[in-house]
Write a protein that binds this ligand. Structure first.
Ligand code: NAD
Ligand code: ZN
Ligand code: ZN
Length: 344
């Protein structure tokens, strides 16, 4: 089968021919219908050899969807032919956090060598993929896989980040989203769907600010120091109730710290290399900083249900597997609107 693999540190991913995998006991094989292109892939491929921990060759794709194609021994509860989304942050399924559906924070994944597809295990950018347990499949039903595959990460990650601040996002509150790419443009829609906050979008690109307005941001400003004044003016001086930083670079972290309100949440989602001083005198009183990773299994059901009622949707640009390297080029160049999706 065809697959998109990262094979050599520092090189672009390549389309290669590899053996079609067979599902082992307890595993499920999917015929892939769609795979999303995340900026985290670019981050992984930018790492120098000494920091790279994902194994080579790596079949990319941690946002995946497919049709159940073959069941390994002992698998029950899934039907051949069903259209499924893959919950990516695989855990052990048995520890206390996994019991709560929080497999993204599994206590034993590291020790057991369990890694997400596309970030260790072979990912979804291939004609077929293996899912290690039927538990990691969430029915898509009538949802179109190409339009919705990215909800497994570009939807789930902002959803989790926002849900943990939900109690603060009351009427009259202000939420700022920084970086209106794959995650950010879905994040804005989630903020509009599940909170009554005024939503402010920041980006360095005018095109992305237009995308932000198109998907429901009340305000969209260039991401620079002027935005701090703009947010202060909008909030009567109080500042932002929550800042969701989908970039995580030093300039955006600094910006977030300057505009956060007392008791506000600064939520660092992007894998930039920024850091923040945290201490009583460094920040507005009782403001908090969180750095969440992906989301809970139960939350993926909730995100897909938000899509089913039409509250959220992903702007997608489709590419064939052969054309997948070009999707990564466009991602790096910042010229995608929304999410690139590979359709094998
Ligand atoms: P993307 O490339 O689709 O979007 C990034 C956006 O940020 C673009 O619109 C770009 O114009 C904007 N941007 C870049 N620099 C900026 C700046 N200084 N100020 C304001 N905007 C700026 O990326 P994505 O796939 O949405 O991923 C966003 C980030 O989230 C990446 O760092 C990715 O690795 C990370 N991520 C984290 C998790 C997690 O679990 N924490 C999950 C998925 C992705
Ligand atoms: Zn991702
Ligand atoms: Zn676990």
């Amino acid at each position: 089968m065809k697959a998109l693999q990262y094979r050599t540190i520092g090189s672009a991913p390549e389309v290669v021919e590899i053996a079609t995998p067979e599902p082992g006991p307890g595993q499920v094989r999917l015929k892939v219908t769609a795979a999303g292109v995340c900026h985290s892939d670019a981050f992984v491929m930018s790492l120098p050899e000494e920091a790279y921990i994902y194994g080579l060759p790596l079949t990319l794709g941690h946002e995946g969807a497919g049709i159940v194609d073959k069941l390994g021994d002992g698998v029950t509860g899934v039907e051949l032919g069903a259209s499924m989304a893959v919950y990516g942050p695989w855990g052990c399924g048995h520890c206390y956090t996994c019991a709560q559906g929080k497999e993204n924070y599994c206590q034993r994944a590291l020790e057991l060598g369990i890694t997400p597809p596309g970030l260790g295990a072979p990912g979804a950018m291939a004609e077929y993929m293996i899912v290690n347990n039927a538990r990691h499949l969430v029915p898509l039903g009538e949802l179109d896989p190409v339009e919705n595959v990215s909800l497994t990460d570009a939807g789930l990650t902002p959803y989790h980040a926002i849900k943990e601040s939900l109690g603060k996002l009351t009427p009259g509150s202000t939420a700022v989203a920084i970086g209106i790419g794959g995650l950010g443009h879905v994040g804005i829609q989630i903020l509009r769907a599940i909170t009554s906050a005024t939503v402010v979008a920041l980006d360095i690109s005018e095109d992305k600010l237009q995308l932000a307005r198109d998907v429901g941001a009340h305000h969209a400003f260039l991401s620079n120091d002027e935005a701090v004044e703009q947010v202060r003016t909008l909030t009567g001086g109080r500042g932002a109730t929550a800042v969701f930083d989908f970039v995580g670079a030093q300039p955006t972290m600094d910006l977030g710290a300057k505009m956060i309100a007392m008791e506000g949440d600064q939520v660092l989602v992007g894998v930039g290399n920024g850091t923040l001083p945290v201490g009583l005198l460094d920040r507005p009183y009782e403001s908090s900083v969180r750095a969440p990773y992906w989301g809970y299994r139960s939350e993926l059901f909730e995100v897909l249900d938000l899509a089913r009622v039409g509250a959220i949707s992903v702007e997608t640009e489709a590419f064939s597997l052969d054309d997948a390297p070009r999707a990564y080029e466009k991602l790096e160049a910042g010229t995608l609107r929304g999410r690139a999706v590979i359709v094998p």
